[in-house]
Write a protein that binds this ligand. Structure first.
Ligand SMILES: *Cc1c(COP(=O)(O)O)cnc(C)c1O
Length: 294
């Protein structure tokens, strides 16, 4: 159940040279055609845990455009698990490409109105789902739990360069939490910056909670969350962001999208313009995926 390590690519052009920064991208989007990006790392130890518990059925939660639903359905098909996707909101036909891929992988979709869906982490509600669907291994919405963080802490394990900055897009923060508890000694002086794609400033507390159990025996890292580049909130897209993503995709051989990686790259390019990074800084961005072929 191991995939190849993602390659790191350097981008260089006049803009980056002018501002005297070196810019690298770790291409987690390339690790697998269907379980790509951070979602594979988040699923890996959950799948192992499910196997250890003798569970053959996975149940998880997500919105209709959830990359996590897509990845869980793919992983279920590849590794031989039945999958159930609890989808927020009403069914819309025809199915969008994410849900249609999930269905093709054999995932059973079950729709919940938004109010009921909010109980997704409550014990009584989960018990009622077990009555309905039989026993299952539960993966929370977005896939973030302790097993996910064990997986995402491996993203930087083979890095051999002491980058000055590491940047990553944050939804639940599970991927970023893993990066900052990475054991790699090359990262001792690295400044980690998580770019929130959601509105609100709850992520710092959330990440502190996520790493609390790991932290005791792990190195302390320099990290913080940047809340300046959410563009109005989750999946909110402005014309300015759209133009940036389009221009980036025309100019560089690395595809990005406006929901996660677009906001990360926009934020970092904007900070470069504002001279946030001292001359000769090296910056590594984690390409967490999100650009799908259906
Ligand atoms: C899910 C997702 C994220 C957010 O990951 P978290 O671990 O929830 O912070 C970032 N980028 C892409 C492409 C994603 O699909």
């Amino acid at each position: 159940m191991d995939l190849q390590d993602a390659p790191t690519e350097e981008i260089s052009d006049g803009f980056l040279t002018l501002h005297q920064v070196r810019f690298f991208v770790k291409r987690e989007d390339l690790i697998h055609p269907f379980i790509k990006g951070n979602k594979w790392h988040k699923l890996k130890y959950n799948l192992k845990q499910a196997q250890n518990k003798g569970s053959t059925k996975l149940l998880t939660f997500g919105g209709a455009f959830s990359n996590h639903i897509y990845a869980t359905a793919s992983a279920g098909k590849i590794f031989g698990f039945e999958t159930i996707g609890i989808i927020r909101g009403e069914e819309t036909l025809p199915l969008n490409p994410i849900l249609s891929h999930a269905t093709n992988c054999g995932m059973k979709l079950h729709y919940l109105d938004r109010t009921t869906y909010r109980q997704k982490a409550e014990q009584a509600f989960i018990s009622s789902l077990k009555e309905k669907f039989g026993d299952f291994y539960l993966i929370p919405e977005g896939g973030t739990n302790e097993f996910a963080i064990r997986g995402t802490s491996e993203i930087l394990q083979n890095i051999t360069t002491p980058y000055d900055y590491v940047g990553c897009a944050c939804g639940t923060g599970g991927t970023f939490a893993g990066l900052i508890v990475s054991e790699n000694p090359q990262l001792a002086n690295t400044q980690f910056i998580g770019f929130s794609v959601l509105k609100g400033d709850f992520l710092t507390a959330e990440i502190e909670k996520l790493i609390a159990t790991e932290q005791a025996n792990l190195p302390t890292r320099k990290w913080y969350i940047n809340n300046e580049y959410h563009f109005g909130g989750y999946a909110k897209i402005t014309p300015e962001l759209n133009d940036f993503v389009r221009d980036f995709n025309a100019k560089y051989p690395i595809p990005i999208e406006p929901i996660y990686t677009g906001k990360l790259f926009y934020g970092v390019f904007d900070l470069i313009k504002k001279k946030y990074f001292p001359p000769n800084s090296s910056i590594l961005l984690i390409h967490s995926g999100g650009v799908y072929s259906y």
